[in-house]
Every structure is written in structure tokens, then in C-alpha cells.
Design a protein around this ligand. Sequence first.
Ligand SMILES: Nc1ncnc2c1ncn2[C@@H]1O[C@H](COP(=O)(O)OP(=O)(O)O)[C@@H](O)[C@H]1O
Ligand SMILES: [Mg+2]
Length: 261
Amino acid sequence: MTNQYEVLGKAPTAEELKNLAPDEIHLTIKNLNAGYGKMEILHNFDLFVKKAQSLCLIGPNGAGKSTILHSIYGFTNIFSGQIELDGKEITNLTPAEKLKSVGIAYILQDNSVFPDMTVEENLLMGGYIKENTDESYQEAERIFEKYERLRNRRNQPAKVLSGGERRLLEISRALVMKPSVLLVDEPSIGLEPRYIEMVFEILRDLQVNEKKTIILVEQNAKKGLEFADIGYVLVSGQTAIAGEGDDLLSNPDVGRLFLGG
Ligand SMILES: Nc1ncnc2c1ncn2[C@@H]1O[C@H](COP(=O)(O)OP(=O)(O)O)[C@@H](O)[C@H]1O
Ligand SMILES: [Mg+2]
């Protein structure tokens, strides 16, 4: 069977990937083999991302994009390889440890908002793992100050929120833990176009003004690459092409296979 993605050629080397995140590398994945049960999905996978940089993973369905986020967060079986944050190994920490001790947050979506709880209660759920609840309250206040859309509905049940506001609440809930890395899986999925812009603006603000490192999976490759500083094209559990977002947008193979061009 011929594979339309074969043209994508040879995987970039770790050195080439490193050049896309030249200094202050915040999160590193080295030679990772990981999957579910005994099944290996990611093969010798490397990733380098700087502090306050955004990286978008694109690629066909089933390529393993979500599995990369799952591996960083601790939801997969890691057979070999390493994950490091600021040079410190975190490969085998649990998701709770990732969130609490090292500041990696995974943004859950798709009905992860509790419809009958208020917006404020939903937001505070983001800090459930914290011992110091005062900190969660403080952080929630800061979020309400920042996002009028949530502030206005603070005491209303979350089911009254629009799709875009709901996504904002999902993102904000992760912020309660003051993470340095945000793992975001398909933020535009299921949203009306007018809210898609809003969500990317929110992510941009978090990257630029709050210096969050963002690793994003996006089915809408054009939007994702326009947003992100750098992008990896994932095919069958390996990176086939990597580059700056703009360079990938103008890459003819990427255009033909992923941008409908
Ligand atoms: N929880 C799971 N258990 C077993 N296999 C899974 C699980 N999640 C995903 N997979 C498999 O891993 C592969 C990669 O999936 P995924 O990372 O979700 O791809 P993508 O996000 O690129 O569409 C697929 O073959 C998928 O069926
Ligand atoms: Mg996925």
C-alpha cells in the first residue's frame, strides 16, 4: 500500500529540532518510546521547546499527537527515553506530581466543565490538588479580574456559558495551578469560527504576557501554525518535518497534505 505521507522524507535530527529552540530550553523529550499497554505509538521521539515559546503538533489522525501530550503529562507507558523540565528529569512523575510540583498543566476539554456547578466552583476545581486553598482563591480572583466574560457569570451555573466561554473556563481552570507549561489538545474543536479567534488570542496572551510555554495539538493546521512559533509534523509516531510556523505554512508538502492547498 502506498502512503501519501511517504514524500515527507527523513525525520529531522535532534540537533535540527534543538535549533528551533536555541536557548533556554524549558521542556525536553529525548528519544522517547511510549504508548498504551504494550503497544508502542511514539518511536524515538525528540522535542525541544523554550520558555514562553509555542509549539504546534500537526499530522494525520492517529499519528500520535495526543499521545505526545499524554506522555508529557504521565498518561502513557514509557518504554524508554527521557522527559526533562529545565534539565531536571520528570519522566516518571505522576500527573498529580506534574501539575503540583513541576507546573505542567493539561487542558481538559469536551464536556469537562460541570454544568450545574457555578463558574467560580468550576474554576476552583482547578486547584483541588493544592494544599493551600487560599492560593487557589487568589488565583481565581486574578482570573476573574482578567476575564470579564467569566466574571460576569461567576455565580451562574456553567451551563449558561457559550461554547467560547466554556473553552475559556477550561483554560482558566488549568491556570489556577500557575503552570509554566500548558498542554492544549485541539482548542478549536467544536467551536464556532468567531470563538476560535478568541481562544487563540487567549493563548497568545498567556504565552506573551504570562510567559507560558505552550504545546498545542491542532487539527486546524493553518490556525495552529499561524499561532505557533514552531511546528512539528507528526506521521506514524515520528516527526517527519519540523520548522518555524511560517516556514511550515509555506512548505508545499505541508500545504498539499494538511492545508488543503
Ligand atoms: N488510551 C488508548 N489506548 C490504546 N490506544 C490508544 C489510546 N489512545 C490512543 N491510542 C492509539 O494511539 C494511536 C495514536 O493516537 P493519538 O495520539 O490519539 O493520535 P492523534 O492525536 O494524532 O490523532 C492511535 O492508533 C490510537 O488508536
Ligand atoms: Mg488527538
